[in-house]
Design a protein around this ligand. Structure first.
Ligand SMILES: [Mn+2]
Length: 354
């Protein structure tokens, strides 16, 4: 042992990042036992080989692992130790999440339900037009601070069907605690609202599409069933963010039809999914990533069957406001003959502080 270079507790503390006080404690707990203790003075000495173990202990303390667990982890082989640390961290994150929810609720409660300051706000406009051919407007379109929605009713009682679909979401919009809702809960709430609407529609022997976005102040959730559409104009480019649940789209997806053929197909209004009171009415539900200066459009097929995407893009790019964009799009559909009802909701996302 004479050739082994021994470090004083001070030198070892410096090299390992642990304080002398901590080293004395770890000695007592047998987490890290000095290589030698001078029997006369009680001074502790360590070898350089012990540095690796000391650093591991320091890091485990840093992530907050309790001392008794550090002892256990130190006795495991590296793979088992890694598993133990992962399991510990999952538990920490679950606890933090629970505390986060509680903290938000407390803040909300203490500020007497004042709306939380949101960084992004939405400017919106809505138009719904009967068109030039139909005798009824069976579309229902709605835009509010937290909800944007277009429903396109069909069948004899198409109007009550589209109204019921939008009303179910407006009930959700009216919840004052909406901004507290976690992402997963929001998606479940949207599914629940659509189930409610679907059961109300089941007696009508009619149906409706529904494409809607729910804004909580920090999250934008999209719910979609049928062939109404949602787009986003971002950096000048137009992206369709919904997938049509129509027979022709299904055939396009299977390669049996081109997109161009689909546009003029006689059965392009046939849907594979809609809110029609049947149990198979599953909506697509997801969270969108929102950016300042995004411009969203939700519209019924009365717009897209008449006005090509390139023109929709040009209008969304050039219009100075959401209101101007919505008005121009409906006017273009009417100029194109408007064989169907036309509904447009346009929403601009902007930073509140500007
Ligand atoms: Mn329609």
């Amino acid at each position: 042992m004479g050739a082994v270079h021994l470090l004083t507790i001070g030198a070892f503390a410096k090299a390992s990042g642990l304080s002398p006080k901590a080293l004395r404690l770890y000695d007592e707990l047998e987490l890290l036992v000095p290589a030698r203790v001078d029997p006369a003075t009680g001074y502790r000495y360590y070898t350089a080989d012990q540095l690796e173990r000391a650093r591991l202990v320091a890091w485990l303390r840093r992530i907050g692992l309790p001392l008794n667990q550090i002892q256990q982890v130190g006795a495991l082989d590296p793979e088992q130790a890694a598993d133990r640390i992962s399991a510990y961290w999952e538990q920490v994150e679950a606890e933090v999440e629970a505390r986060r929810r509680l903290a938000r609720s407390l803040v909300h409660w203490l500020t007497e339900k004042a709306p939380s300051p949101s960084l992004l706000i939405v400017d919106f406009a809505v138009r719904s037009d009967i068109g030039l051919v139909r005798e009824l407007n069976q579309d229902t379109a709605y835009a509010g601070e937290r909800l944007l929605a277009v429903a396109d009713g069909f069948g004899v009682r198409g109007t009550p069907a589209s109204t019921a679909a939008v009303r179910a979401l407006r009930d959700l919009e009216a919840d004052p605690d909406l901004h507290l809702v976690q992402a997963g809960d929001l998606l479940n709430a949207l599914r629940g609202a659509l189930e409610t609407a679907n059961s109300q529609i089941s007696g009508l022997e009619s149906g409706t599409t529904l494409t809607a976005m729910m804004w909580t102040g920090s999250k934008l959730a999209l719910v979609h069933i049928g062939d109404s559409q949602a787009y986003v104009l971002r950096d000048g480019e137009l992206y369709q963010i919904t997938h049509d649940h129509s027979v022709v789209q299904f055939m396009v997806d299977e390669g049996r039809l081109t997109s161009e053929e689909a546009q003029s197909h006689p059965q392009r209004s046939l849907l594979v999914r809609a809110l029609d009171g049947n149990s198979g009415s599953h909506p697509d539900v997801n969270l969108q990533d929102v950016r300042p200066d995004d411009r969203y459009l939700i519209c019924s097929d009365g717009l897209t069957s008449v006005v090509p995407d390139s023109q929709v893009q040009a209008v969304l790019r050039d219009a100075g406001s959401a209101d101007e964009a919505a008005g121009t799009l409906v006017a273009m559909a009417r100029r194109g003959g408007a064989p169907d009802n036309v509904s447009c909701v346009v929403a601009d996302i902007r930073e509140a502080a500007r």
